[in-house]
Design a protein around this ligand. Structure first.
Ligand code: SF4
Length: 477
């Protein structure tokens, strides 16, 4: 629907019988959203305003002093909101509402779509459609964020988040018309959001019998512009859908529906899971992300750095221990006694890549063995399906890792938060149990009896390996 246009007339030719209270309420909520797109756009501009203040404001004032608190310093407040509330909240919302955040609140998506309305409307280039972007962009952003200490300083936050927003606007201006080409292909968290949305207990789905019936009656008289370019015919997966509601009721076939949490993973994963999904889940969310949270607390990082430093000193090569780079390449805040040398940067990179590789191997190997029980070793489709079972644990880990920043800030402000260890243990136990249940359900689609039980026990080793970095971070170190 073009910006500012009146909501379209209802697509429903007649109302079907709906199965239950929640299904009715959800379908009504979807239609309500479709009728209130103008209010949604106002809301989006409000979020854009808040986002701009929190992102740019801290860069206009000095860094906080020792006496600063979350409640009296804009920089600390913005840190608390972005990394403690905003991002963990957005990830959590994916598990509950699907990608509602993307369709209703994301400032980047809203700006990219707004630019696309007035842009050049060029065809989407082939390089942009490369399916590896979600993985590559997530990994590069995560590692770069550690190089520049994005959680601690407003400059790096502006470079990373603001740079991403600027790129979203440029891509929106150049490519597509009324679409979110950036969100669909290049957004660094598009892949993660798409994976987590598979667990959500609601989705927009198309009833193909109703679609065919109404298509025969109406022809192609009404159309819907789906901003993230989702094919509406046969709509089922929550992964690409931004839950904007614009297609609710289209051809009397599409509606917002409830479903069992995680059911998409079990039901559709066998046909839709790709190697890139497995890479993003295992290497990205359960390898690179935990490593990025672990390094600063790890005694192994210190030991590695000392070992490398000794090697260099013994070889008479001192410049890596002394060379600093600009703050937007490597953390450089001498006034706060927070400086990374080239040696620190290299150690950080080696640590993250090694930890990610070790975690990938220890998590993937049991799943490969479990998949081997289901069919030929060459056929990796079942492995990719099984890898989706790890999503609850992967999501929980990243949410807990991000919220550790909140806990640190609140600790620094004198709040004791004694319940945090128990809450973390409960969340990890619950998510690991959910992953195990999904594994059991997925395996049940291929085998039964003893082979199903044996494959589940083997796959459990992968889940336990996925728990290890969080146990180290929260309880051992
Ligand atoms: S399929 Fe597209 S139009 Fe429909 S709710 Fe999802 S994002 Fe919106």
């Amino acid at each position: 629907m073009p910006d500012g246009a009146a909501p379209p007339p209802t697509f429903f030719a007649g109302r079907r019988r709906r199965p239950g209270f929640w299904a009715t309420r959800l379908a009504q909520a979807g239609e309500w959203l479709r009728r209130h797109q103008r209010a949604v756009r106002r809301l989006q501009w409000g979020v854009v305003g808040v986002y701009a203040v929190l992102l740019i404001g801290p860069n206009l004032i000095p860094l906080p002093g020792r006496a600063a608190h979350v409640w009296n310093d804009l920089t600390l407040f913005a840190q608390f909101i972005f990394w403690g509330i905003w991002w963990p909240g957005v990830l959590l919302s994916m598990l509950v509402f699907g990608r509602l955040w993307c369709g209703l609140l994301c400032p980047e998506g809203a700006l990219s779509e707004a630019a696309s309305r007035r842009g050049r409307g060029r065809a989407i280039p082939r390089w942009m459609r490369w399916p590896g972007w979600p993985f590559a962009a997530f990994v590069m952003t995560t590692i770069y964020g550690q190089f520049v200490s994005v959680y601690q300083y407003p400059g790096p936050a502006l470079v990373i988040l603001g740079g991403s927003t600027l790129a979203a606007i440029v891509v929106g201006y150049l490519y597509g018309r009324n679409h979110r080409v950036w969100c669909r292909y290049l957004c660094p968290v598009n892949g993660v959001f798409g994976l987590l949305a598979k667990l959500a207990p609601m989705h927009y789905g198309a009833d193909m019998a109703a679609w065919a019936r109404v298509a025969a009656d109406q022809g192609r008289t009404t159309e819907v512009t789906c901003a993230p370019l989702v094919a509406l015919r046969g709509l089922d997966s929550a992964s690409p859908c931004h839950m904007c509601g614009r297609c609710a009721g289209f051809r009397d076939a599409i509606e917002l529906r409830p479903r069992a949490p995680g059911s998409e993973v079990v039901r559709l994963g066998g046909q839709t899971a790709t190697p890139w999904d497995s890479l993003l889940t295992i290497t990205g969310l359960m390898g690179v992300a935990p490593a990025a949270f672990l390094w600063s607390a790890s005694p192994w990082f210190i030991a590695l750095k000392m070992w490398l430093a000794t090697l260099l000193v013994n070889a008479g090569i001192l410049w890596p221990l002394q060379t600093r780079l600009p703050w937007w390449l490597l953390t450089d805040y001498p006034g706060r006694n927070d400086v990374m040398t080239l040696l620190d940067g290299a150690t950080l990179l080696i640590f993250i890549l090694t930890a990610a590789a070790v975690l990938t191997l220890t998590i993937a190997a049991p799943l490969l063995a479990a998949a081997r029980l289901l069919g030929p070793a060459r056929d990796l489709r079942r492995f990719h399906h099984l890898a989706l079972a790890l999503l609850p644990l992967a999501a929980c880990g990243v949410i807990l890792g991000l919220s550790a920043q909140t806990v640190s800030l609140l600790h620094a402000d004198g709040l004791r938060l004694l319940w945090v260890p128990e809450a973390r243990a409960t969340a990890l136990a619950f998510s690991a149990a959910w992953s195990l249940l999904l594994l059991w359900q997925i395996l049940g689609r291929y085998v039964s009896g003893v082979r199903r039980a044996a494959a589940t026990i083997i796959g459990l080793a992968g889940i336990l390996a996925g728990l290890a970095p969080w146990l180290l971070l929260f309880w051992v170190w």
